[in-house]
Design a protein around this ligand. Structure first.
Ligand SMILES: Cc1cc2nc3c(=O)[nH]c(=O)nc-3n(C[C@H](O)[C@H](O)[C@H](O)COP(=O)(O)OP(=O)(O)OC[C@H]3O[C@@H](n4cnc5c(N)ncnc54)[C@H](O)[C@@H]3O)c2cc1C
Length: 385
């Protein structure tokens, strides 16, 4: 068992910290959140450092790396910027495209990524009546006599849906009924007739706005299909466990940033003639916050290590997502509490960290759904033979 980092990992993390200190001052972060976008020069710089190519296939100019290293990068970006950034989402979107897209689709997406640092598509999966309960999805395509498909339905909470020119849409084949599990992924150009969007206003993570998306008799052609017919849901699910780990890595970095600020402040803030670090109630907060951070980190990297070593993480990834979703937001909330009134202002960043971590208890599967996944597996695992 080795908890140390390699020299290479140390160097990569050093370059993450350099990148963060250069582009992510508090003033710049406030501007980015207000504008709901990451400036082009920051996206470009992320590519130029090489970080944007980590975890992508070598044949396309990527730098393959294990998932533990990728997790370290995601955590450190969130930690050293103290903010949500889009880079994780972009890497994951590109990985989906490399795995399931046709050569033409990959080329289209990668050329754009190379040029702008952004994938050209958002992921449109959730629907107003089908978030956790994805069988209730009613977005549907129907094949026409001329070989085209007609897409109808609505998606929601589509991150960057208004910004990117394409959406990767999951729709049922032919029949919107709950029993129909055949779903296909489509790379839908937003400029097609019948596609429209409406904004939704986030309370946190505003750097990546989301939106509603409507499809009204949209004509799709066969070349817009991504992956095999009927396999869209299964394909997407294949990577969900890993994606959950990376959401947790981001969440962990944010909560660590909140801890850094709060744990430093306790020595500075004087009440009743003493720094608040003297009070046991405050010491208890720091102790419990640090325990959560260490637990989350141990669970995260053990789960990623298991994935790297070809082991099943069905239970581990659900336990991790539930633990991080709930507890890391609690860490950020305690950080707000330690700052008192100041914590409830925009003079400190802990309020932003609290709101940003809150969203991660919902995105990528809620903590209640993680019980649904892990609970049944645990009952099976521990059943007497
Ligand atoms: C920041 C953010 C980004 C997102 N980005 C995207 C995106 O890019 N693309 C996309 O398609 N979607 C996206 N989503 C949507 C996200 O995947 C869904 O919000 C999530 O899966 C939950 O679905 P829901 O909102 O419909 O909640 P519901 O499924 O309606 O759940 C409501 C509540 O009931 C609980 N619940 C539901 N079923 C059960 C059950 N069986 N047992 C116990 N409790 C249950 C839930 O845990 C929750 O507390 C994003 C969401 C967030 C917050």
């Amino acid at each position: 068992m080795d908890f140390g980092l390699t020299d290479e990992q140390e160097l990569i993390l050093e370059s993450v910290r350099e990148f963060a200190s250069r582009y992510y001052t508090e003033e710049k972060i406030a501007e980015m959140y207000a504008a709901g976008r990451t400036p082009d020069d920051v996206l470009q710089a992320y590519l130029e450092t090489g970080l944007g190519f980590m975890g992508l296939p070598e044949e396309y100019g990527g730098v393959p790396c294990d998932n533990v290293t990728l997790g370290l990068i995601v955590e450190e970006i969130a930690h050293s910027t103290g903010s949500t950034t889009p880079f994780l989402n972009y890497t994951l979107s590109m990985r989906d495209m490399f795995e399931f897209g046709s050569e033409d689709q990959i080329k289209l997406a990668f050329d754009e990524y190379n040029k702008t640092g952004q994938p050209m598509f958002s992921l449109a999966f959730s629907e107003p009546a089908a978030g956790s309960d994805n069988s209730a999805m009613t977005c549907v395509t129907k094949k026409q006599a001329d070989g085209t498909y007609i897409l109808n339905g609505q998606k929601t909470w589509v991150t960057m849906g208004e910004v990117f020119p394409y959406a990767l849409v999951i729709a049922k084949d032919e029949d919107p009924a709950r029993e129909n599990r055949n779903m296909t992924m489509w790379l839908v150009p937003k400029e097609l007739k019948g596609v429209s969007t409406a904004p939704l206003h986030k309370i946190g993570q505003q750097i990546m706005p989301f939106c509603e998306m409507y499809f009204d008799d949209v004509v799709l052609t066969e070349d817009m299909r991504v992956g095999e017919q009927g396999q869209g849901f299964m394909n997407l699910m294949k990577n969900f466990e890993l994606e959950r780990c990376f959401i947790c890595a981001q969440d962990l970095g944010l909560a660590q940033a909140a801890m850094d600020d709060a744990a430093a402040y306790v020595s500075e803030r004087i009440t009743f003639g003493k720094p608040i670090s003297n009070y046991q109630l405050i010491q208890e907060k720091l102790t419990d916050m640090e325990t959560v951070l260490q637990n989350a980190r141990n669970m995260l990297y053990k789960t990623l290590w298991k994935i790297d070593n070809g082991q099943s993480v069905r239970i581990d990834s659900a336990l991790l997502k539930r633990y991080c979703g709930q507890k890391l937001n609690w860490v950020a909330s305690e950080a707000v509490q330690i700052f008192g009134g100041l914590g409830f202002t925009t003079e400190t960043r802990v309020g932003r960290l609290w709101l940003d971590t809150r969203g991660n208890d919902i995105a990528g599967g809620t903590s209640e759904i993680m019980v649904y996944i892990a609970g049944r597996q645990l009952a099976k695992k521990y059943a007497r033979q």
